[in-house]
Design a protein. Structure first.
Lengths: 373, 566
């Protein structure tokens, strides 16, 4: 990476491809590039003034190698990568990161593929980035996931053990995820548990938001160190705040306005999904601000509650998904919710229907004279 | 005779290993093995059936909607829940664009490099490439300047000396037949398709929050609220944006994918005689019409390549065998079990890693062997298209006959590696052209004042019977997908998915009958056993999806330990 002393000794000429040149070759204007840098500074929760600094850091990039390992996965994190937010430039970021191994996209197969991975581990020890997607099964000698006849845990120890840093993408690689849900039939764990000595950044989410992966790498390039994390190894810039505290439907929660039934008036008016089982109050993730598919939407905006997918063991702790959380700390709103919820849901819905009240959503409607239901 | 191993098979979803016996430059026998197991169905036992779609969606992140659809249909079937018109149409749109996007990604990003030699594109004449492109399509990006630009980028990339994901491949292999210009054209479209796929799939985000793994499915309907007078619900703005994206999807399929497919196929006609497989085809049919429930694409079974007869599908005739799979049935070996009665305990008996070869005479895969009336079945776009064609489905018949005529081959050419790849294109085209009609119907229905997307009658589990059983079918991009569920006391008693790649990647059964991949590989020529490009061609023609294929059903009775925090 741009700032490590190892790069000074890099004799491979092609590694000195600078970002500006690649951008030019790719037909990306400086303006588009700066737009991307501004977007990145937003993803990183930095003031816009950081954009030039991000641009400068990317200019100095020396095309580090990235290998992407898939174990007990469903490839959704790989698919998320294909939908990365700022498409043209996100691709370039991946291009300048020479992706030497990625089963889902690479042209080579079989032993030629495994040879590509072995070469990176041997020739670039301590310099490459490892990305891991999927959990790693430890039970019964690791027989539940083998690639090229090798157990996943062996490959992970070798590849992540020799990496500059490992990024665990998605909840499976971070914490074990769905294969680790009770009764965890295969003894599945996250990377940090399988390879305790490795430097691991966790980017959970089911799947992860690819913007957070790009931002993590950019963070390293800008600051020369990995981002600060919480006690679960998640970068604070992306997992530092509760969904509930940044939710666009939060005013409705505070006002006691809830969706009581799918497709009811409250649902149409964008009321709070807490009673439909939303796990936003116990989930730390930047979904409300970063959103998905080039900021098109995110679960709560589209009418379904948050499932808590960035939290460890959410498959066990956040289910049943449609049962509301018993305790929402910090606001004492629970009693309000209960009061409205207990037996008078029908009355509430009727009230909405008849009077079309609630100034909160009246503001939400664009037209002044929005027809009352 | 030599035994060769390709592990990992790359450019697929999941972990697949092929072992093949080779003699005299031809494959004489083959074994398909999946080497990863998670046990999600075991994890499902005892949980809320309304949550099942969320879990099963994680079978696969590539075909990211299909298990959600099959799951909610299974629960709705068990509980006899009728879905509102809007929800049915929204599901059809979500399914439609999933199929279209998935097929295009498969062709360009997973399959094309088996036929397209990227390094040869460096030698192409951009002017001739432009002429070639203009001769097959009026797609705007076909100028000399455009192709020169793509070639220059490619040159700069190669000059960098580090080929990244394109390193170590089989470039220059004698089985690559395309002229340099066709290679350059396909490479340009590889890059364009990469841009296109993330645009058109925003339909999933608009209707269902995000892709991959849209979060919007509900037993009884969909979680999207509909109200043209609300800025938070599905309104005119969003519907028009979906319309635009569906148009963009259709245009690319018509003007880029299909012309490319035909152009590439015309250089590889010998592959219409290779990779035939088991010759039996199963399709569950898809796209229920609101109200009637009639399927737009018909269901059916074709046996022994006989297109003169389409048999009706009966779910009771599906059974799974584990005689060559790492599971154990309590009733002993040699018998198949219907999914409702399905039971299994995973029991690995293969070699301990690291290993060189699997013991293919014994058990050798995490995939079970599903059979229909004891016969192996191929599923997927080819099965779907053949069943529709043989059933006299008008749109399919016209499209298939058109493609066969352009390639100058008869219907028998469809039973092949090339036929499978061509059928995927036909399937994609038909669905890309039909999906906008469901959007029109949705708009018309909303216009009538129907804003409901969910049937709440049986949302509360207290309204359910003590016991229920059901199944849900879906034609996923990769073919016939079925989920079977048993519900007891509001919880999942038993859950089983028999998925497309379980059918296609199946190992041998109790009778020793090969699965479709295995059968298709027998007879495939191999120019260089160290570079088994031909194996990739045939295996990729099925579009394998292995994370889906491996699953386990928990037997009735074993108590599950659950971590309960709530």
């Amino acid at each position: 990476m741009g700032r490590t002393s190892d790069d000074e000794s890099t004799e491979v000429v092609e590694q000195h491809l600078d970002f500006s040149r690649i951008l030019k070759e790719r037909g990306v204007s400086r303006r588009d590039f700066m737009k991307f840098c501004t977007a990145m500074s937003a993803a990183l929760a930095l003031p816009a003034a950081y954009a030039p600094r991000i641009a400068q850091a990317l200019d100095e990039v020396k095309r580090p190698t990235l290998v992407w390992l898939e174990f007990q996965d469903c490839a959704a994190d790989t698919e998320a990568l294909l939908r990365a937010a700022n498409p043209t430039v996100a691709e370039i970021v991946l291009d300048i990161l020479s992706v030497d191994y990625h089963e889902t996209i690479m042209a080579a197969a079989g032993h030629q593929a495994e040879e590509a991975l072995a070469n990176v581990v041997k020739e670039q020890k301590g310099k490459y980035i490892a990305v891991v997607e999927g959990a790693i099964p430890l039970k019964d000698g690791g027989v539940y996931c083998c690639v090229g006849g090798r157990a996943a845990v062996e490959t992970a120890r070798e590849v992540c053990g020799g990496a500059l840093a490992t990024v665990a993408v998605g909840t499976c690689a971070s914490f074990g995820g769905i294969p680790a849900a009770a009764p965890n039939p295969t003894g599945a764990v996250g990377v940090k548990t399988a390879v305790p000595g490795a430097t691991v950044i966790n980017l959970p989410g089911c799947p992860l938001n690819a913007d957070n992966l790009t931002a993590t790498i950019v963070h390293y390039l800008v600051f020369g160190k990995l981002p600060a994390t919480d006690s679960l190894g998640r970068p604070l810039f992306a997992y530092g705040k509760r969904i509930h505290d940044n939710c666009e439907r939060r005013p409705h929660f505070d006002a006691g306005q809830y969706v009581e039934q799918w497709s009811d008036t409250g649902h149409k008016k964008g009321y709070c999904l807490y009673k439909m089982g939303c796990k936003g109050p116990e989930t730390y993730h930047n979904c409300p601000s970063q959103r998905y598919n080039e900021t098109t939407s995110w679960p709560v905006a589209a009418g379904h509650g948050c499932a808590g997918c960035s939290e460890p063991m959410f498959w066990d702790t956040m289910t049943p998904f449609y049962r509301r959380l018993p305790h929402v700390p910090g606001f004492g709103i629970e009693s309000t919710a209960d009061k409205i919820g207990a037996g008078i849901a029908v009355a509430t819905a009727a009230a909405f229907g008849i009077h079309g009240v609630m100034s909160a959503f009246r503001h939400g409607d664009e037209s002044e004279g929005a027809k009352e239901d | 005779m030599a035994k060769i191993v390709v592990d990992p098979i790359t450019r697929i979803e999941g972990h697949l290993r092929i072992e093949a016996a080779v003699d005299g430059g031809k494959i004489t026998d083959a074994w398909s093995s999946s080497t990863m197991f998670r046990g999600i169905e075991k994890i499902l036992k005892g949980r809320d059936p309304r949550d099942a779609w969320f879990f099963t969606q994680r079978f696969c992140g590539v075909c990211t909607t299909v298990h959600s659809i099959a799951s909610i249909r299974a629960v709705e079937n068990a509980l006899n829940i009728k879905v509102p018109t809007n929800a049915e149409l929204i599901r059809n749109i979500i399914i439609g664009i999933q199929n279209v996007q998935d097929h295009v990604i498969h062709f360009y990003h997973l399959h094309a490099l088996d036929w397209v030699d990227i390094t040869s594109a460096l030698k192409a004449d951009p002017a001739k490439t432009s002429a070639l492109a203009a001769s097959i399509s009026d797609w705007p990006n076909n100028s000399t300047t455009y192709f020169k630009g793509v070639q220059d980028k490619l040159k700069a990339f190669v000059a960098g000396g580090r080929l990244g994901p394109f390193a170590n491949a089989y470039w220059g292999h004698p089985a690559y037949k395309l002229p340099a210009e066709a290679n350059l054209m396909a490479t340009a479209h590889y890059l364009e398709a990469l841009e296109w796929q993330k645009e058109v799939i925003k339909i999933h985000a608009i209707l269902g929050s995000k892709n991959p793994h849209p979060q919007t499915f509900l037993v009884g309907g969909m979680a999207v609220a509909i109200d043209p007078d609300s800025q938070t619900a599905l309104n005119a703005d969003k519907l028009i944006e979906i319309k635009r994206l569906l148009g963009k999807a259709k245009e690319f399929v018509e003007k880029v994918y299909i012309p490319d497919l035909l152009a590439v196929a015309s250089f590889y006609k010998e592959w219409a005689g290779i990779g035939g497989g088991v010759g039996n085809f199963l399709s569950y049919g898809e796209f229920p019409q609101p109200g009637s429930g009639k399927l737009w694409l018909p269901a059916g079974v074709i046996i022994g390549k006989d297109l003169s007869k389409v048999h009706p599908v009966d779910h009771q005739k599906v059974a799974e065998y584990v005689d060559h799979s790492w599971f154990e049935y309590s009733g002993g070996a040699g018998k198949g079990l219907h999914p409702w009665e399905g039971e299994s305990e995973n029991k690995y008996t293969g070699p301990m890693p690291p290993f060189q070869y699997l013991d293919t005479d014994a058990k050798y895969s995490w995939v079970k062997a599903p059979r229909y009336q004891e016969m192996p079945m191929e599923v997927g776009p080819l099965a779907r298209v053949l069943v529709a064609y043989a059933s006299g489905h008008a749109e399919t018949k016209a499209a298939v006959d058109g493609v066969l005529k352009k390639l100058g081959v008869g219907p028998e050419a469809l039973f092949s590696t090339l036929g499978r790849t061509a059928a995927r294109g036909i399937d994609c085209l038909l669905i890309a052209e039909e999906t906008p009609k469901w959007l029109d119907q949705l708009i018309a229905n909303i216009g009538k004042g129907d804003y409901s997307a969910h049937n709440n009658e049986k949302w509360d589990p207290a309204s359910w019977p003590a016991e229920a059983a059901g199944y849900g079918w879906h034609e996923a991009p990769r073919g016939a997908l079925g989920h079977w569920i048993k519900i007891k006391d509001q919880k999942i008693l038993n859950y089983q998915a028999v998925v497309p790649s379980t059918w296609n990647a199946s190992p041998r059964d109790a009778k020793g009958q090969r699965g479709p991949y295995e059968a298709a590989l027998v007879g495939t020529p191999l120019a260089d056993p160290n570079k088994p490009l031909e194996i990739l061609r045939t295996i990729h023609s099925f579009d394998p999806c292995l994370a889906c294929a491996v699953h386990v059903v928990d037997g009735n009775g074993s108590e599950m330990v659950r971590v309960k925090v709530l």
